[in-house]
Design a protein around this ligand. Sequence first.
Ligand SMILES: [Zn+2]
Length: 253
Amino acid sequence: MLSKDELERYDRQIRIDKIGIEGQIKLKNSNVLVIGAGGLGSPILLYLASAGVGRIGIVDGDVVSVGNLNRQILYNIHDIGKAKVLVAKEKIEKLNPNIAVEAYNTWLTDEETARIILRKFTAIIDATDNYETRYLINRVAVHLNRPLFIGAVGRFVGQVMVVIPHETACLNCIFPEREKQILFKLTEENRNQGIIGTTVGVTGTIVANEFLKYTLGIGSLLKNKLLIFDGLTNEFSIISLERDPNCKICSII
Ligand SMILES: [Zn+2]
């Protein structure tokens, strides 16, 4: 059931024939864990909260700094020094008081913590910028059999893929995990190449849209597909992916 406020709040999207009241109730009953409350996490959280996703978890161990403000649109100068997850929770609760928000003020660095938090949600969004964490999330999401929506960005380029464990290619099928030092170097290189806010805006919005379509059971998803967006040329390209039958992560059930 939807309340009077919900019917009014979601009126414009309920009017979409593929959503309707039935779809809105699906969104209300859905839940998702968003890992990373930064550049990608900002539009993802704002759009999922405003669309009425009933329960949203946020994981991040970082605090807001002035260097975040070119792209992390959830925050402003008054938030500097505060824990991102707490600010994010407060803001999206104000945007939509009908939803439940859980904040985890921590970095995901070990398997056990990741397992404890991820298993509380039935879908996972990877909005991180750290390769080691990405592989940890992929590993735990596949083992827990949770659909995983991945966004990645650098400069003017964004990438999105959707992993349905044991059905589609996982992150490790496509980019097999490397040694820790290499992952650390890749993360540093990625951060050093820079990022503009519009890239995370477009990319994060596509990630959020994939989750909404998945929940509603409409459209086609980026399953076995890697979408690449180039903000300089406005080109969107989609690369077909295949599962690796010998993948160390997803070939074992
Ligand atoms: Zn795999």
